[in-house]
Design a protein around this ligand. Structure first.
Ligand SMILES: NC(=O)CC[C@H](N)C(=O)O
Length: 363
């Protein structure tokens, strides 16, 4: 069945439906990874987003149900140039399209994704609607309604409903704030032997601190960090307790806001497993996995915070540390799922902070 993508400014791209044939609305963003479609489709930070894959053929290794970041896909839809219909991999349980259909995820294939990506890069990420092509009523709706639709803050739809425990009973106890956490982060924490309690996003700081955790990890998550107005004061309380804190992506942005900094929206975000980041302390460049629309405003870095990492494509802030508190955070994904494992030692840095007291965020 023919399908089309109508962007909020009216620009239209044609293709063919894949997965579930249905009308879908979302923010259209692009991902530059050559692989990793299983992980990104199930990454809760992609909630409400229609993801365009810039790599021209997607689906080659099918779907295996293991390389997922949460139980079910979170993307609104997937747009590809070519969909591989004969996947081949020893772990594959079936094709990507079958997986999308089973989970009622829509998509379009046959789209000129190079042109679409260049368009978004020039105009900025924007909302779009996927529609069956022939339906004139829908077409009109798509072109007019897009402008007025407000997308709700999605953290509440992806955070855990109840707190739960993970890891070694004898390990250092840590609290994990789940704003839409990827399994890959939990896996890295479990590997290091922590005793982990994962909390829903809206848990009060007092409840967390009453358990006396040896460290706190603030997870990734979808949406605009500034929309989490009730959460930011709780982050302040966590900071004031002087418990060692590591922030990843949304967690990094929330820490920055809690300290009085600001966040801004990037024109088209960073998504993919190939983003170069420079460590300003050592001069080393690492290739990182990224997925974000917002970034710390470099002009308003909070007092006593230092920028530790920058993105080499656009110079934006990729990491922060605190000079007097045991707090550090990164905008990119050190758990690297999917992506290069260059930055996994950041979890060791966090472990070190929970083991010894008096270690500051800035080393
Ligand atoms: N992966 C993330 O945590 C993303 C953070 C935030 N939602 C952003 O887009 O910037």
């Amino acid at each position: 069945m023919k399908a089309k993508l109508v962007l909020e400014d009216g620009k239209t791209y044609q293709g063919e439906f894949i997965g579930r044939e249905k009308e879908v609305l979302g923010e259209v963003v692009f991902n530059t990874g050559m692989n990793g479609y299983q992980e990104l489709m199930t990454d809760p930070s992609y909630t409400n987003q229609i993801v365009v894959m810039t790599y021209p053929e997607i689906g080659n290794y099918g779907f295996n149900g293991e390389d997922v970041e949460s139980k079910a896909p979170k993307v609104q839809a997937l747009i590809v140039k070519e969909l591989c219909t004969h996947p081949s991999n020893y772990r594959s349980l079936g094709g990507l399209e079958e997986y999308m259909d089973n989970h009622r995820i829509a998509g379009i294939k046959g789209v000129d994704t190079r042109s679409l990506t260049r368009y978004i890069r020039a105009k900025g990420s924007m909302r779009g609607r996927i529609l069956p092509q022939w339906d004139p009523a829908n077409r009109e709706k798509g072109e007019t309604e897009n402008r007025t639709i407000k997308m709700e803050n999605p953290v509440d739809s992806v955070t855990t409903k109840r707190s739960y425990a993970l890891g070694e009973a004898s390990g250092v106890p840590i609290a994990v704030m789940d704003f839409g956490i990827k399994k890959g982060i939990l896996k890295e924490l479990v590997k290091r032997g922590f005793r982990i309690t994962v909390y829903p996003a809206r848990t009060q700081a007092q409840e967390i601190l009453s358990k006396r955790p040896g460290g706190i990890l603030l997870s990734n998550g979808p949406g605009n960090p500034k929309d989490l107005v009730d959460v930011i004061p709780e982050m302040k309380k966590l900071i004031d307790s002087k418990t060692p804190i590591m922030g990843i992506c949304l967690g990094h942005q929330l820490l920055n806001l809690a300290y009085g900094g600001d966040t801004i929206k990037l024109p088209f975000g960073h998504r993919g497993g190939n983003h170069p980041v420079k460590d300003l302390e050592t001069g080393k460049v690492r290739i990182t996995s990224q997925n974000h629309s917002y970034t710390v405003d470099a002009q308003k870095v909070p007092k006593n915070m230092k920028v530790t990492h920058i993105n080499l494509n656009d110079g934006s802030v990729e990491g922060l540390c605190h000079q007097t508190d045991p707090v550090f955070s990164v905008q990119y994904h050190p758990e690297a799922s999917p992506g290069p494992m260059d930055s996994q030692e950041l979890f060791d840095q966090f472990y070190g902070m929970t083991e010894k007291s008096g270690v500051m965020g800035c080393l």
